[in-house]
Design a protein around this ligand. Sequence first.
Ligand code: ZN
Length: 386
Amino acid sequence: MTPLQGIHHITAISGSAHRNYRFYTKVLGMRMVKKTVNFDDPGTYHLYYGNEKADPGTLLPFFPWEGSAPGRQGAGQTGRIYLKAEPGSLAGWRERLARYGVAFVDGRYGLEFQDDEGMLLGLAESNEPPGQGGFWGLELRVSEAGSMESLLEKMGARRVEPGHFQLGPHHLLVVADPQRGTSGAGTVHHVAFRLPDEESHREWQGRAAAWGWGATPVIDRNYFKAFYFRTRAGILFEVSSDTPGFTVDEPLEDLGKALQLPAQYEAHRARIEPILPPLEVPYHVLRKPGDVREWVLALHGTGGDEHDLLPLVARVHGRASLLSPRGNVLEQGMPRYFRRLAPGVLDEADASRRARDMEEFLADQVPAAARLTALGYSNGANLAAA
Ligand code: ZN
């Protein structure tokens, strides 16, 4: 019988497709290797991040359910996910995380930090297997370690030390957590382990059923075959085949560029596409050339647009080049630059994230040597201050 070969993918929940896309592609530099929909709920995305080749063992898919309440990682769920960092690369990662305003600490296995929605992440140095990115391992949070440890051994994992197992190249850390987890944004939905082909996958499904694991039948997930079982600790496990793989519907160089729909939804593409939120939220911008060394950034108030402050800009700095972006956060149809929780109550975390987005946008738009003056009204002034 072919042994399980480590982690295939880890699927998690997000409350915002845009924030999720930004964090995993821009901050962590992963590639989006598949943009598709949730096969059980085609009005929502299923976004897969991974390495350049979408190799099993590097795949981190998300269900972005817009506006879902945050969950809490705890017993009955997987906990921190450790990504593999090249040996000697942690100093560079510290700089990169700091540049994006991501707080981190040095933990037992490497850097520990969270994504924008509180999902626990880590970066651990490892050179095996060399290159290719992917997972170092993950925590399995349980209220009682015994049943999980014997299950892992039955699945072929090797005990490295108490509570620390290895399956293929991946580390599985069994962590006792007195508090039960709750599902929601920033938590893991399930973890999948890999088998090389559909034949070994079928054999394992038969074995799991015979062992009384409550395994589902084999399900076709387009890019792999899957069966699922709920562990006694409450964590949902999946077993997946490496085949047919992610190039079944688009070539390697195009992975993740276009929305891929399974056959049953292709006929409804025109209805599905407009429901899905945009991943990149570009600013609609008004630019007026002037003095190349003097630039003004004009930021309107809630419900305004890129034309609002032009008379004021003309009076205070008429010769400068102008950049006037329209806010890309809509509050009941009114453009703003960041969210608020209620009138007068700012979402400060969102304000600082959006300020960093604006900073990246300005770095592209304004020559580095130029002097930039921001002129903002109300919400625009708050963003300028942030
Ligand atoms: Zn899965």
